[in-house]
Design a protein around this ligand. Structure first.
Ligand SMILES: NC(=O)c1ccc[n+]([C@@H]2O[C@H](COP(=O)([O-])OP(=O)(O)OC[C@H]3O[C@@H](n4cnc5c(N)ncnc54)[C@H](O)[C@@H]3O)[C@@H](O)[C@H]2O)c1
Length: 326
């Protein structure tokens, strides 16, 4: 009989709560504990899933093989470092850290100790994104929009590390070419961090991308549109829906009293297999941790997404400083 993998979730707020739910349904997983200094949250989840609750993750390190780290981002580094040093595989919610050197050092520890360290970019496992990777070959232009209302719960990150990093990660994996130029504009509306940011990237292979992220918009929008030579591909993340427009033609028609414009194209709707992305993500993590499976996203690419996102923040800070000096 195969031994079950002992896991715990560290930080059981909104995201950690989802991880608990998924682990509790996995046949080869033994959910040992939920960890959260908030007794109310931790206690409620512990009694719902009939596991133990503790306030300090250091108490469970010798009882688990793998953990999810879903505490606030500013705590990821110390928690993941202690877990890895104790020989525990980790999946750390995105962004892995808010500091590049810290992220690099976590991957160094994992490499040295032969442990699996993944970053929780759940959007990678969205069925539509997986389909997109099969269709997108030589993108000329990519536009993404990720917008929604302000959530005062997120206190330790602005919109770049909270939302835009998802699209940066998808873009970098789709375009597979280094970013050579970046233009950034941003503003704060509800917090003292950036709430609305617009970025333009130029890639070495000539592709250009426009990425808009907002947490000040009274409608939840998550879309990506890709222009290729013969296709226009439109993805709606929320509905996991992909439309491909091809063979577009347009003409003006002169009728009796009016000039009409007509446009036609063939539109194909792609069937997207709708599995739970978080379940796929955690299954992949445990497969790598316990069966030595090959990771889908290389460590270099994990670090690249963070480096580009932090680069956007640096450019924004500089632009704001220059603006206040002007
Ligand atoms: N992948 C995604 O799509 C996605 C979505 C939302 C959030 N996140 C990430 O998940 C992380 C958590 O975000 P959230 O929205 O769930 O926040 P949250 O505030 O709802 O939850 C964080 C929890 O961590 C607990 N906590 C605080 N200090 C702790 C400690 N020392 N040890 C253990 N737990 C501790 C808090 O009490 C709280 O319950 C963030 O890094 C965020 O960026 C990822």
């Amino acid at each position: 009989m195969n031994k079950k993998t002992n896991v715990a979730v560290i930080g059981v707020g909104r995201m950690g709560g989802y991880h608990v739910g998924i682990y509790s349904e996995m046949a080869d997983v033994n959910l040992v504990a939920v960890v959260d200094p908030d007794s109310e949250r931790g206690g409620a989840l512990a009694s719902r899933y009939k596991v133990s609750h503790c306030k300090d993750y250091r108490e469970i390190l010798d009882k688990v093989d793998a953990v999810t780290v879903a505490a606030p981002t500013s705590l990821h580094y110390q928690i993941a470092k202690d877990c890895l040093e104790a020989g525990v595989h980790c999946i750390v919610e995105k962004p892995i850290c808010d500091n590049y050197a810290h992220a690099e050092s976590l991957f160094d520890i994992a490499g040295r100790k032969n442990l699996t360290l993944h970053v929780g970019h759940v959007e990678r496992f969205n069925g539509a994104v997986q389909e997109l990777r099969k269709i997108v070959q030589n993108p000329i232009m990519i536009e993404s929009r990720r917008m929604g209302p302000y959530d005062p719960r997120i206190k330790d990150a602005g919109v770049v590390l909270d939302l835009m990093i998802h699209d940066i990660d998808i873009l970098l994996n789709l375009v597979a070419s280094p970013v050579v130029d970046t233009h950034v504009m941003g503003t704060s509306i509800f917090s003292n961090r950036e709430d609305v940011v617009q970025v333009q990237f130029q890639f070495e292979n000539g592709c250009i991308a426009s990425v808009l992220a907002s947490r000040a918009t009274q409608e939840k929008i998550r879309t990506m549109a890709i222009t290729q030579e013969k296709e226009y591909i439109f993805l709606d993340f929320a509905h996991q829906d992909i439309l491909i427009h091809r063979q577009a033609s347009s003409q003006h028609e002169l009728r009796q009293r009016e000039l009409k414009y007509r446009q036609e194209s063939v539109i194909e709707r792609i069937f997207v297999h709708r599995d739970n992305p978080l379940k796929l993500e955690l299954t992949h993590f445990l497969d790598c941790a316990t069966n030595g499976a090959h990771r889908h996203i290389s460590v270099e690419n994990e670090l690249m997404s963070l480096r580009v996102a932090l680069g956007v923040l640096d450019t924004l800070k500089l632009a704001r400083k220059n603006l206040s000096l002007a």
